[in-house]
Design a protein around this ligand. Structure first.
Ligand code: BGC
Length: 812
């Protein structure tokens, strides 16, 4: 293992699902899980390939009801490559039938490859060494490639190799969803284009062979969304005297090569695949495009060189140098964030999939998790942030429609979003512990709208992109503000506004104990973020250029008094308190205390306390027990001074002591049933300079590599937590912030994480270096920078010139 290499020694079928997720390769347009090329989907393997934004809907019957779900579609598999010694009938080699003599997988983060080295025993001719290297091209986002090298170690042997495209796949990667329909692909057709043996650019076509380099293709479409999907693959070998034949069936196209291996002489088979869909820009017909791309692609060495170059450029823009194990994990997180959201994503209509392009959990849906992702991207890949915000903007009409349907003005973004922006949250979910299908009210998490607005604002602050803020950004932000204003009911008794019937980020609490209808009143997080959005809407309305304001107000048919009402509500939304701390929602203080120790003793892992209690015939709604940070999320979104100012504006003075008491209240009452929880608690406690911070940061770092939530990572990585840990070292521990054109810092180093460096892009400054140590901060500008940069630390401000480094000592 080094900083850049993740190595997995040996073969353990039970470990495969986790490895597959962590060894996924992608380029921000599509990704393929790190499944063994010879494996079909089964208990130990799940070779999924997913393209960003490629969804399809199906209707299933569960618990006697028809339910409709939209899924990110598992696309035809380009990977299949299996082998056996001939003459047949020896079985195709499989690690599950015949364990390898040796097996090692290496994920190389620097160059974006997955290499597998194995040795297998053959019945007649001694060991066969196999080395496979694959990539999903970061430069050309349509291509992927797999190079396999076979070496007969002791005696010659004949080998049959099958290189296939498989269109028989379904969405079946998540056990909980297996009762639901999963066959999304229809009209599967296969075919083959012969190679041009006279092509001088194709040296891998030996003259004496039966053309072992033809291009196979497989086309299909998704059943309801009608997205055309095409795979084409060229398979070449350098084996002298190789022969080949093709078998085509409805769901599968396969090229069979027969190779004569001589002892000690490696033979290589290169498979190059192209994936196109009818959603791709600048494409006339996906079938023609895929066939051309696969046939024209360079050899593996050439593809690898351009792929590495693309990765080098990405790493330059996201430089991160954190020592030790934390640094290794952070680099892996960065790798997976960039594989899900790269500059290629900026060309697509796609959002932030909560579980990456790495598996089928949550059906590839887009939640509020972008709140943990965009603040990181803003400072490295602002064009990607802008595209992700534009994904939301395209769905503004759907959000307006959703608001209208509940009788409100403004925009109500869905809790779970997919292709067209309608609400995709399931209406029923399965508790695997009790086997019961239960109503799901998580769609009442209206706070997702504030996340969109927050990201619009922070994006504009970090990038200075006023063009976006004043156009699409303003339309979204004012839409969300309007929804909040229309949702707020005046309570004359309290002299306050209240937002009722929602669910907060905690998710466990969906209803009052014994209530017939779901929803809670005055969720503090919802109300405080709503107040913030309303205040920003007022500010934006004032600062928009006058002609734009006039047009926008006219288009939105804004009434005269509306901004005034936003101002009023932003100052008078209600925040409940109990026992001197902020209440998660009205009535929280009256809930029962849970016997945390008893439950831990009985169940061990109680992260999914909701499922445990439901299986016992009880409900988590009765207890002061949270799944994840809810009130404390406020400390993640707002630096202490900003939070205090927000509360003061609402007429609730919040001092440090009260905030500390609030943190102390929720900390022992949270089960951390989401990977976001460790992250947020680590962040908040680090800002408070509390020693317990590290335990939570560590949990966030281990979330996926150690599959802390017990079996969830194999179904897809947790993108929010991964990006959130990057943002923790970038902004959380440094207090990095922007006011005007000044880069401000307010460090709160953790003893375990106090010396590290990274580079950010701030407006027109690329490659600003920030180096943190326990007692100093250094900010440097590259010599090529075109202008100096102002840097502020507490009450000091210095100007850093191009090529200079400013060292700022921290007060002890
Ligand atoms: C969390 C949500 C999150 C979702 C998708 C859930 O477990 O509670 O906050 O948005 O996962 O990551």
């Amino acid at each position: 293992m080094t900083d850049w290499l993740w190595e997995y020694e040996g073969y353990d079928p039970d470990e495969e699902p986790l490895r597959e997720a962590l060894c996924t390769l992608g380029n921000g347009r599509f990704a393929t899980r790190g499944a063994a090329p010879e494996a079909d989907a089964g208990p130990h393997h799940y070779p999924g390939t997913y393209a960003a934004g490629c969804f399809n809907r199906l209707i299933s019957t569960v618990a006697g009801r028809d339910v409709e779900n939209e899924d990110m579609v598992n696309l035809p598999n380009w990977l299949p490559l299996r082998f056996r010694t001939t003459p047949a009938p020896t079985p195709w080699w499989s690690p599950d039938e015949q364990p390898p003599l040796e097996h090692r997988q290496t994920l190389d983060l620097r160059q974006g490859t997955l290499t597998r080295r194995l040795r297998v025993a053959t019945p007649a001719a001694g060991p066969l060494a196999v080395e496979q290297c694959r990539l999903v091209h970061m430069g050309d986002p349509y291509l992927a490639a797999l190079r396999t090298t076979f070496t007969a170690e002791e005696a010659g042997m004949d080998l049959e190799v099958e290189s296939a495209l498989d269109g028989t796949v379904t969405n079946s990667g998540v056990a909980r969803y297996r009762d639901l329909a999963g066959r999304h692909l229809t009209h599967v057709r296969t075919g083959e284009d012969p190679a041009d043996p006279a092509d001088p650019a194709d040296p891998a076509v030996p003259a004496d062979t039966a053309d072992p380099s033809g291009t196979l293709w497989l086309s299909c479409r998704t059943s309801a969304s009608g997205i055309g999907v095409v795979l084409a693959a060229r398979t070449r070998t350098d084996a002298p005297g190789a022969t080949a034949r093709t078998t085509l069936s409805e769901g599968r196209a396969a090229r069979h090569l027969t190779l004569a291996l001589r002892p000690g002489e490696p033979v290589t088979v290169e498979k190059t695949a192209a994936l196109f869909t009818s959603r791709d820009p600048a494409v006339s017909d996906p079938l023609g495009a895929a066939r051309r791309a696969a046939a024209d692609a360079g050899g593996f060495a050439e593809l690898l060189a351009t792929h590495r170059r693309a990765w080098r450029h990405l790493w330059d823009r996201a430089e991160l140098d954190v020592p030790g194990e934390a640094g290794r994990v952070l680099r892996l997180h960065l790798f997976h964030v960039l594989q899900t959201l790269s500059p290629h994503t900026a060309e697509l209509d796609a959002g932030v999939p909560a579980r990456g392009l790495h598996g089928e959990a949550y059906r590839g849906h887009v939640f509020w998790d972008e709140l943990f992702v965009l603040p990181y991207l803003n400072l490295h890949f602002p064009e990607v942030s802008r595209a992700l915000l534009t994904y939301r903007h395209r769905r503004l009409p759907a959000a307006r429609r959703a608001a209208r349907e509940v009788g409100r003005r403004g925009a109500m973004f869905p809790w779970q979003s997919g292709s067209d922006g309608r609400e995709e949250t399931q209406s029923l979910h399965l508790n695997p512990r009790s086997g019961r299908w239960l109503p799901d009210s998580s769609r009442l998490q209206r706070h997702v709208g504030s996340a969109v607005a927050y990201n619009v604002w922070r994006y504009a602050q970090a990038t200075g992109d006023l063009d976006f803020l004043h156009t699409k950004g303003a339309e979204m932000l004012l839409g969300v503000a309007r929804l909040w204003a229309d949702s707020a009911e005046h309570d004359p008794g309290e002299g306050r506004y209240r937002i009722r019937g929602v669910v907060g980020p905690d998710e466990y609490h969906e209803a009052y104990p014994g209530a017939e209808t779901p929803g809670l009143d005055d969720n503090a997080y919802t109300n405080v973020t709503a107040a913030w959005v309303l205040a920003r809407a007022v500010e934006l309305s004032r600062t928009l250029p006058a002609p734009r304001r006039a047009h926008l107000f006219e288009d939105l048919e804004l009434e005269d008094g509306e901004p005034g009402r936003w101002e009023e509500i932003s100052r008078r939304l209600r925040v409940p308190f109990h026992d001197g701390v902020i209440s998660q929602f009205e009535g929280y203080g009256a809930l029962a205390e849970l016997d945390w120790d008893g439950y831990r003793a009985r169940y061990g892992d109680i992260r999914r306390l909701d499922r445990i209690l439901e299986a016992e015939g009880d409900t988590v709604n009765r207890y002061r027990a949270s799944k994840q940070a809810d009130v404390l999320m406020l400390g993640h979104l707002f630096p202490p001074r900003e939070l205090a100012a927000l509360f003061a504006r609402l007429g609730y003075p919040l001092d440090d002591e009260q905030w500390r008491r609030t943190v102390d209240h929720y900390l022992p009452r949270t089960s951390h049933g989401s990977t976001l929880s460790g992250l947020v608690h680590g962040w908040v406690l680090a800002r408070e300079r509390r020693p317990e911070a590290w335990t939570h940061v560590e949990e966030a770092l281990l979330g996926d590599v150690a599959d802390v939530q017990g079996g969830t990572t194999p179904e897809g990585i947790h993108l929010g937590a991964m990006a959130g840990t990057l943002d923790l070292v970038q902004r959380g521990l440094t207090g990095l912030d922007f006011t005007g054109g000044t880069l401000r810092l307010d460090p709160a180093p953790l003893p375990q994480l106090c010396a590290y460096g990274f580079a950010v892009r701030f407006r027109r400054h690329w490659g600003i270096g920030v180096r943190v140590t326990a007692d100093a901060l250094a900010v440097s500008l590259p010599a090529t920078a075109s202008a100096p940069l102002r840097v502020g630390l507490h009450d000091r401000t210095v100007t850093v010139s191009p090529g200079e480094t400013a060292r700022l000592l921290l007060a002890r």
